[in-house]
Design a protein around this ligand. Structure first.
Ligand code: G
Ligand code: G
Ligand code: G
Ligand code: NA
Ligand code: MN
Length: 250
């Protein structure tokens, strides 16, 4: 079967799930945010990455069903431990972000109190915001009015400048893991990370570093004042049932 055919049945067959990866305050070791990441384990195709199936879903109405599934599942799981004592972030592709249907789904769950907007963060890439700046501005204003936070994902891999993003109501920059990976070996990457943190803080933004795998990376990021750190050093993305156990020893 093709990805498209398989995806059409994925929800009904119970093949979709969420895993969560913590974003940790390096000063206290506390989890501030759990990032929800979608997983599809297809009976025919095996595990398929969202990087592969989201673009396919976007070619049709399948993306609407997938987005609804994501929001409903996050709403349900966010009420259970250990998620209920942290914030939760969800990823939206640029096309998902620009269509407003996800926002009305979120609003419905806020209205019936299944989702707490103050605990929700939306992760989008730079391109989602800069490719249609006016629409993005309008969308972000509505999101902020609801009390939802916004993070720029994979920061540094797009083509926008911080000065440009300053005109948008953003809460977090997530430094792309490609800059974090070579912190030990590459002085340029160290400079980029230091500079992004200083500039982001000067602009009132919080910084999350992605992809920290080693103690040296975590030490460097903490010393530079990075607000939150995510990566295998702390935890891999894990299903809800495995989160408790993992946090007990972190
Ligand atoms: O977790 P993983 O390495 O499989 O993620 C691959 C890519 O898919 C990442 O860029 C991630 O941000 C994205 N991704 C994961 N879950 C979702 C989701 O629910 N929606 C969207 N749009 N992208 C997701
Ligand atoms: O594009 P995005 O940053 O959303 O991608 C998230 C993906 O990155 C997740 O699917 C996750 O599996 C992966 N990831 C998370 N932490 C690490 C890490 O420390 N190292 C590496 N190589 N990948 C990571
Ligand atoms: O621990 P487990 O076998 O469930 O890990 C699944 C995959 O996650 C591994 O194959 C590995 O690629 C990745 N992984 C888990 N922890 C780490 C880590 O600390 N560093 C890196 N680079 N990858 C990891
Ligand atoms: Na993300
Ligand atoms: Mn990312």
């Amino acid at each position: 079967v093709s990805i498209k055919q398989g995806l059409r049945q994925a929800e009904a067959r119970g093949e979709l799930s969420l895993v969560y990866q913590p974003e940790v305050d390096p000063l206290t070791g506390e989890v501030r945010i759990y990032e929800a990441l979608m997983r599809w384990n297809s009976a025919e195709l095996g595990p398929v990455s969202p990087a592969e199936f989201i673009p396919v879903a976007e070619e049709s109405d399948l993306i609407v069903d997938l987005t609804r599934w994501l929001i409903e599942r996050v709403a349900t799981e966010s009420c259970t431990e250990p998620l209920r004592s942290s914030n939760i972030s969800i990823n939206l592709s640029p096309r998902q972000f620009r269509s407003e249907s996800w926002l009305s789904m979120v609003r419905d769950r806020i209205d019936d109190r299944k989702l707490d907007p103050a605990r929700l963060c939306i992760e989008v890439t730079e391109s989602a915001l800069v490719e249609n700046f006016d629409l993005a501005s309008e969308q972000l204003r509505e999101i902020k009015q609801l009390g939802i936070e916004v993070a720029i994902d994979d920061f540094g891999t797009g083509y926008s400048s911080l000065a440009y993003l300053k005109r948008l109501p953003i809460d977090y920059l997530k430094i792309d893991r490609s800059f974090v990976a070579d912190i030990h070996q590459d002085a340029d990457d160290r400079t980029i990370v230091e500079t992004v943190i200083v500039m982001a803080h000067a602009m009132g933004l919080k910084v999350v570093a992605e992809g920290a795998e080693t103690e040296q990376q975590v030490d460097f990021l903490r010393e530079q004042g990075c607000d939150l750190i995510q990566g295998y050093y702390y935890a891999r993305p894990l299903p809800l049932s495995a989160l408790d156990r993992d946090l007990a020893n972190s």
